[in-house]
Design a protein around this ligand. Structure first.
Ligand code: CA
Length: 244
């Protein structure tokens, strides 16, 4: 496995949002051992402030607790996405109720891990999210169809972006995963259950609006008229189908 030290970039920066000081310091210590640059904050408001503080430079990943003083982790995730920041977000929470996890994903988190967790598992998730977020092209994949043209737009899978005639839109890890799942089976219906399982790691019968809200956002960028989609087509009662 490639270590972060081998990349030409500066060290990945990680924001740890955790109010249990002992746990936060343990996480910091281990991430620093892995070569990451780590900032720890103990409440939701400070997290939002740090993420908005462009002068100190962007973060590559946020490890986010849900139950926090001042502002919940859900609210931190929601505000982060609403401000146009698509930093990778990993929720780390003692709330292992599926509804809580689902809500975190609906607010825009990319991944989640429940406490108590194994350190190796956390480090593996962190590496996975950072690898998928690497922009500099050092680790380009050999996957086919890295760029897919859809009408006037181009999906750049390796750059996590959609380029339209108006703008370049940055995608989250899950948005890329969702697009990949649909594009790879172009012309076929992919069921909601398959998407929940494959893209979010949830049980296929999970009750959630998470897919719908992601589809709405993707259509805004890929469809000429998002209310009459021709590329990401709804298949009533079943799922979605991608058409070029
Ligand atoms: Ca907490």
């Amino acid at each position: 496995m490639m270590s972060s030290a081998e990349t030409p970039r500066t060290k990945p920066r990680i924001l740890v949002v955790e109010d249990e000081a002992h746990l936060a310091e343990g996480i910091r210590f281990n991430l620093e051992q892995e070569g990451y640059d780590v900032v720890v904050v103990g409440d939701g408001r400070s997290a939002v402030d740090h993420l908005a503080d462009a002068a100190r430079g962007p973060f590559d990943l946020v490890i986010l607790d849900l139950m926090l003083p001042e502002m919940s982790g859900y609210e931190v995730a929601r505000r982060t996405r609403a401000s146009g920041n698509f930093v990778a977000i990993l929720i780390l929470t003692a709330k292992d109720d599926e509804a809580d996890v689902v809500r975190g994903l609906e607010e825009g988190a990319d991944d989640y891990l429940t406490k108590p967790f194994r350190l190796n598992e956390l480090l593996a998730r962190v590496r996975g999210l950072l690898r998928r977020r690497r922009w500099d092209g050092v680790e380009t994949t050999s996957e086919p169809q890295r760029d897919v043209r859809v009408g006037d737009a181009v999906i750049h899978f390796d750059r996590f972006s959609i380029e339209t005639p108006r703008e370049t839109v940055t995608l989250t890890t899950r948005e890329v995963g969702l697009l990949r799942a649909l594009v790879d089976r172009e012309g076929e219906t992919v069921t909601r259950g398959e998407l929940l399982e494959q893209v979010w790691g949830l049980r296929p019968d999970t009750r959630t609006r998470v897919i719908d809200s992601f589809i709405v956002r993707l259509r805004r960028h890929l469809e000429v008229d998002p209310s009459r989609p021709t590329h990401i087509v709804s298949v009533r009662g079943r799922g979605y189908r991608f058409e070029r």
